[in-house]
Design a protein around this ligand. Sequence first.
Ligand SMILES: *[C@@H]1O[C@H](CO)[C@@H](O)[C@H](O)[C@H]1NC(C)=O
Ligand SMILES: *[C@@H]1O[C@H](CO)[C@@H](O)[C@H](O)[C@H]1NC(C)=O
Ligand SMILES: *[C@@H]1O[C@H](CO)[C@@H](O)[C@H](O)[C@H]1NC(C)=O
Ligand SMILES: *[C@@H]1O[C@H](CO)[C@@H](O)[C@H](O)[C@H]1NC(C)=O
Ligand SMILES: *[C@@H]1O[C@H](CO)[C@@H](O)[C@H](O)[C@H]1NC(C)=O
Ligand SMILES: *[C@@H]1O[C@H](CO)[C@@H](O)[C@H](O)[C@H]1NC(C)=O
Ligand SMILES: *[C@@H]1O[C@H](CO)[C@@H](O)[C@H](O)[C@H]1NC(C)=O
Ligand SMILES: *[C@@H]1O[C@H](CO)[C@@H](O)[C@H](O)[C@H]1NC(C)=O
Ligand SMILES: *[C@@H]1O[C@H](CO)[C@@H](O)[C@H](O)[C@H]1NC(C)=O
Ligand SMILES: *[C@@H]1O[C@H](CO)[C@@H](O)[C@H](O)[C@H]1NC(C)=O
Ligand SMILES: *[C@@H]1O[C@H](CO)[C@@H](O)[C@H](O)[C@H]1NC(C)=O
Ligand SMILES: *[C@@H]1O[C@H](CO)[C@@H](O)[C@H](O)[C@H]1NC(C)=O
Length: 842
Amino acid sequence: MAAIFFLLIYLSSSGQCVRQEIFESHIANYSNKFLFAVPKNLSSLTTVLDISFNSIATMETSEFNYIFDLQVLNASYNKMKYLNSSIFKFNTQLQYLDFSHNVLRNISGTFPSHIQHLDISFNNFQTLSVCSGFGNMVLLEYLGLGADQILKSDFEGIVHLHLKEVFIELNSLNDYENGSLLLLNTKKLTLDFGVLSNEDRYNVLFDAVNTTSVLELSHLQRWNIHIDPKKYIFNIVQNSKVTDLTMRHVNVEWKMIVLALQYIWHSSVETLTFYDFSLKGLIAKTSFDYSNTSVKAVNVQGVNVGVFQFDQSSVYRVFSNMNIENLTLNFASLLFMVCPLNSSTFQSIDFSHNALTDDLFKDCFTLINLKRLKLRKNKLEKIYKLSAMTENMPSLEYLDASHNLLAYDEEDCHWSQNIVELNLASNFLTASIFKCLPISIKILILESNDITHVPSGVTHLDDLVELNLSFNRLGDLPDCSNISSLSLLGVEGNQILYPSIESIESCSRVKHISAGQNPFQCNCELRRFINQEKEAPGTLIGWPEAYVCKYPDHLRGTMLKDFYISEITCNVFILIPVIILPIIISIALIIGLCKYLDGPWFLKMIWQYTRTKQRTRTSKQGYQSLQRDFDFNAFISYSEHDASWVKNIFLPSIERSNDCIRICQHERNFIPGKSIIENIINCIEKSYKSIFILSPNFVQSEWCHYELYFAHHKLYTENNDNLILILLEPIPQYLIPSKYYKLKTLMAQRTYLEWPSEKSKHGLFWANLRAAISIDLTHAESEIPYSISSENPCSISSENPHSISSENPYSISSDNPCLGTSENPCSISSENPYSISSENPC
Ligand SMILES: *[C@@H]1O[C@H](CO)[C@@H](O)[C@H](O)[C@H]1NC(C)=O
Ligand SMILES: *[C@@H]1O[C@H](CO)[C@@H](O)[C@H](O)[C@H]1NC(C)=O
Ligand SMILES: *[C@@H]1O[C@H](CO)[C@@H](O)[C@H](O)[C@H]1NC(C)=O
Ligand SMILES: *[C@@H]1O[C@H](CO)[C@@H](O)[C@H](O)[C@H]1NC(C)=O
Ligand SMILES: *[C@@H]1O[C@H](CO)[C@@H](O)[C@H](O)[C@H]1NC(C)=O
Ligand SMILES: *[C@@H]1O[C@H](CO)[C@@H](O)[C@H](O)[C@H]1NC(C)=O
Ligand SMILES: *[C@@H]1O[C@H](CO)[C@@H](O)[C@H](O)[C@H]1NC(C)=O
Ligand SMILES: *[C@@H]1O[C@H](CO)[C@@H](O)[C@H](O)[C@H]1NC(C)=O
Ligand SMILES: *[C@@H]1O[C@H](CO)[C@@H](O)[C@H](O)[C@H]1NC(C)=O
Ligand SMILES: *[C@@H]1O[C@H](CO)[C@@H](O)[C@H](O)[C@H]1NC(C)=O
Ligand SMILES: *[C@@H]1O[C@H](CO)[C@@H](O)[C@H](O)[C@H]1NC(C)=O
Ligand SMILES: *[C@@H]1O[C@H](CO)[C@@H](O)[C@H](O)[C@H]1NC(C)=O
């Protein structure tokens, strides 16, 4: 029940996810499709419509009124001259509208009130009077504008909006009314001066620095502050409220930059950022007054140097001596950096994406406050030199030297004692790096190196909490037993086929392991690893998506969570009881059956029985075609010694059954006036089968007759099917005289039934025998006038043996085998066996 309940919850929640995803990702992208009108066959589920970079000149209500879910419309770079903003009145979800880079001159109507982002910059607006119609968009966060003329009255309609960012493009500005920008209520103001070069830009700037605390200025290339720096820069910075100043595309001479920096240094600015900073003009040593500044962070992203020969250190020195907290110089083509002269205030330095070498800050003792140093993507080569550099930075806690050319050749390492986080990702480090690590390290990132294993004997990583060995060449999880504090281990993207049990156990205290994207071999060894996640869900980061079988081939692509291999297949200790034990038991059972219950005997008898039955069935026709009438099922011959067994056991058992079996016993069915031998032969001829009760006595006393008989009736006797030998007692081979060919053959063929001594076997013995001799005698009965008792058709009265026809078919010719001749085969010994005793049938 509980399982079904959870399943239902899972299904319903996953269904929700899917629906949401479809809802969120209905993008119709018709960007750059040479359209002249908005497509009319859009899905009504469209949430994002991009029709930018086309030639659309007009838009109609009918083109949007069916897209109720439309959230984003990007119509930038089109040919719209006029927009009736009421056409979106049915798009109640619309939040984002971009009509920038069109040729709009006027906008009528009103935009939906829930618009958050509206960009109408880079159009052909004469004035910004359209803004007076934007007062209803109380959720507006971003507003992009641009016009030839900016008047105070334009912004009066939107002073009540709490904007996050206003972008004003000033390319074509030719008339600015002082104080207009001050009306804007926004957190950030971005001004793009474009190609503007007239005096208005200064008036705009005067207002801008008093409008917001976050100001971004773009395209300052023609900024001739040197003409009258006092007027333009000093005034601006004097009463500014800007704390966060960003300048994009600054293309001014070095001298001007230093001058501007000097003014900014004594302004309200705290964070100064340059994007795309171009150096030109003469670069010479300049003095700089660092005192009394509020600047805390300088960030330079991208420096283009248009000068080829210059004293780099005079540039670097301006930066290195800055008394600020944070200095970032990225993509600045730095080759080196000079050491700050006095004790530096730097707390964080980011020199990523440069060309710095191992000599950086060599023997530099002034970076005493530095806590964080980022040197990502440089040209550092020797890790021992890097360590020696940090040795003089007593406050250093964080060092990022990833994506360099670092290698370790087992030199002595001298790390700063306080480094807790070290990122050495994407270098050329091998397992030896574990001999060169700061002792207090807590977070170590060695991703994308050439590490094959974590060497044993690593004893100084007691504080290590996070170890990232992703994308190396590990063949197994590291042994975590000496990294006692480890709580996050990253080994994704290595060569781990299956983590060894020892490593899994040594890492069992690690809270999170990220081991996805390994070429997992889905076999028994992997189960321990999979079970770990099942026992403590959440241990494996990225489970289950990132954990996929790679080997064997037929399981490739199967997620580990879906991989199942039975306990039996894997566990030898289970294999023994489950497979080997039953085998042993069966063998013991078989042996027991053979030994105590004579299983083989039963099997043999049952086999014989079924064969006989089958033969009888298939050859029914054969008997009929034989054209012979039998009066008896079988003739029985035995030695007088065995007579009691025959009379007391054999006959009652075989005749009592309901099979109507008749046995011809020469004593019982004796025809008077015939010799014993004639009677016997008569019996044989009238019987379907002949049964011989074999015993040593029989062989010695009786068999001779039959040997002779068989010799003469070769044709008949060749068919051994008619003979049934019952071995009453074992007959040793030597007792059979060598001239008894027939008997020897029969014995050799083992085509006899052994009389079992165990009572339990008797039933099967009789069944077998009956099956062998059973034949339908009804045909014969009609012709042979037996006196049959009315009750039992089978019981032949002993008093009245069958009346024999006048014509005796058994008239035995002179070649009576028992008439002893010189060739008498029965003369076994000197003593004629045919006259041994009175019982001798001969
Ligand atoms: C539409 O495709 C263009 C490129 O063909 C791509 O720049 C733009 O981001 C796409 N728009 C959206 C909404 O994904
Ligand atoms: C709309 O029609 C244009 C051709 O007129 C076709 O290219 C586009 O795939 C259709 N869009 C949809 C969503 O059916
Ligand atoms: C149009 O604007 C959307 C939303 O910002 C943006 O995803 C898409 O990339 C823009 N299209 C182009 C061509 O820049
Ligand atoms: C602007 O569109 C709305 C709604 O479609 C319409 O009622 C109004 O007349 C249109 N205004 C102009 C000036 O076309
Ligand atoms: C802009 O359109 C409105 C209404 O259609 C009109 O009143 C106004 O004069 C137009 N302004 C310009 C500059 O064309
Ligand atoms: C606008 O302000 C600037 C700087 O304060 C000033 O030089 C200029 O005369 C002002 N213009 C007008 C029209 O007041
Ligand atoms: C900024 O505003 C203050 C008054 O709030 C004023 O004294 C100062 O001159 C203004 N600065 C500029 C550059 O306009
Ligand atoms: C530094 O600022 C203090 C007041 O904050 C002021 O008294 C001092 O003159 C300033 N010094 C310089 C060099 O600007
Ligand atoms: C300096 O950098 C640190 C770390 O990146 C940061 O937390 C801090 O806010 C930065 N300080 C300034 C003034 O930007
Ligand atoms: C270095 O410190 C000395 C005095 O301690 C001071 O005179 C000098 O101006 C400082 N230099 C810099 C670049 O701060
Ligand atoms: C753990 O440290 C001990 C010595 O402290 C060392 O003998 C053992 O080899 C180390 N084990 C591993 C797996 O590094
Ligand atoms: C290891 O570093 C890689 C790349 O930076 C990152 O994707 C992964 O999440 C990190 N793993 C851990 C466990 O922090």
